[in-house]
Design a protein. Structure first.
Length: 378
């Protein structure tokens, strides 16, 4: 019996857990050595080795495939990086579609000051993602930096040609430009024309907490799961700020009026902040609208741009029912975060416990319809 039953479920956030050689296998020759130098923790290497050894053990594979949500997560999880396993994992999970994001493979190139490394790494990532997502139910999320508008357009075109179904862009300035700068209009227009949504997702560059705040005279705290690679409390508190700045820039710069068919998702930033963000946007609109010519040119109030163009994934621990009742059923998406442990051992159950009083249409929107709208109904 699949984990998810009784309705259509689309999963707006899942991941591939990349082995150390994941990028290099798909890189151009000049970058193979550079992108093959990823350093991984011993526990990750052990997880990859365990998962690969399981491949030849029918009983171990069967046990892992039947214990997905409540079983081991991370690199040892079933389908974590093996495409054949992932197809069966999707059957066992019961999801009709699943967006697939990178986990750690952006690190070797994302912050490089060399544009050839930055964009060459992105192309290697996108090739690897397209290969992993050969099953049409898996929607590979390409990664495209916006620093160079011309190269961003080229990489987006190539990612779409490869079969990627969404484009992850950093929730940061686009090099020295705002992401709503007209120089990037051809990139955004391509996505709109091809019905390919952009994605914001936690990752390199999305954390806005200055490093000085970690210098508190105390030992470094463990991360969310007791290790060293993930979020800490201070990071978590400011997690959505980069997404808020990015979206505010797109609205203020008039992008959604210039590219009215563009759609996007804000994934794994949580959503408890969304109702207040909508109110803050509209307060600014009322406060500055009489004097600011850019705001006077808006065709609708800022919160309406968000409702038309953007969807959000709540964390399983948030009161998603309250968010829907407060901000509306048209904004939020279901996600499992598989095989990351943050997705918990029962995301559907956790969301459902907050859904008292919601209608069947509200639930349908959350589990499938909003996803289909974001994706252009495939």
């Amino acid at each position: 019996m699949p984990y998810a039953t009784g309705r259509v479920f689309h999963d707006a956030d899942s991941h591939v857990m990349e082995p150390a050689d994941w990028l290099a296998a798909h890189a151009d020759e000049a970058l193979k050595a550079r992108l093959g130098q990823r350093q991984t923790a011993e526990r990750i290497e052990q997880g990859v080795a365990t998962a690969r050894a399981r491949k030849g053990d029918a009983e171990a594979s069967r046990t892992a495939a039947e214990n997905l949500i409540s079983g081991p997560k991370g690199w040892v999880a079933y389908g974590a990086f093996d495409a054949e396993e992932r197809t069966r994992a999707l059957d066992e999970l019961g999801f009709s579609r699943q967006l697939v994001f990178a986990t750690s493979s952006l690190g070797p190139f994302r912050t490089s000051s060399n544009p050839d490394v930055l964009y060459g790494g992105a192309r290697a990532h996108n090739r690897a993602m397209a290969a992993f997502c050969a099953d049409e139910r898996l929607i590979g999320v390409a990664f495209v930096p916006l620093d160079d508008p011309k190269r961003a357009l080229e990489e987006a075109e190539e990612a779409i040609r490869l079969g990627c179904g969404a484009i992850w862009v950093p929730s940061t300035p686009a090099g020295e430009r705002s992401p709503g700068h007209p120089d990037l209009d051809p990139f955004w227009q391509l996505l709109a024309d091809k019905r390919i949504p952009f994605m914001l997702h936690i990752g390199p560059g999305s954390r806005v907490l200055p490093a000085e705040y970690t210098n508190n005279g105390k030992p470094r705290s463990p991360d969310l799961h007791g290790g060293g690679e993930n979020l800490r409390f201070k990071d978590f508190v400011v997690l959505p700020f980069s997404a808020q700045m990015f979206l505010a820039a797109l609205i203020y710069d008039g992008l959604f009026d210039r590219v009215p068919d563009l759609r996007g998702g804000v994934i794994e930033f949580g959503a408890a902040w969304v109702p207040g963000f909508l109110r803050q946007l509209d307060l600014g609109y009322r406060s500055f609208g009489k004097t600011d010519p850019l705001i006077k040119a808006f065709s609708m109030k800022p919160s309406d741009y968000i409702r038309k163009h953007i969807k959000f994934t709540p964390f399983p621990g948030e009161d998603a029912g309250y968010l829907i009742r407060d901000a509306g059923a048209d904004l939020f998406l279901f996600s499992s975060d598989y095989p990351h442990p943050e997705g918990t051992n029962d995301p559907i159950g956790r969301f459902e416990r907050t859904f008292e009083g919601l209608s069947e249409d509200d639930r349908e929107r959350f589990y499938s319809k909003n996803f289909e709208e974001m994706m252009g109904a495939f």
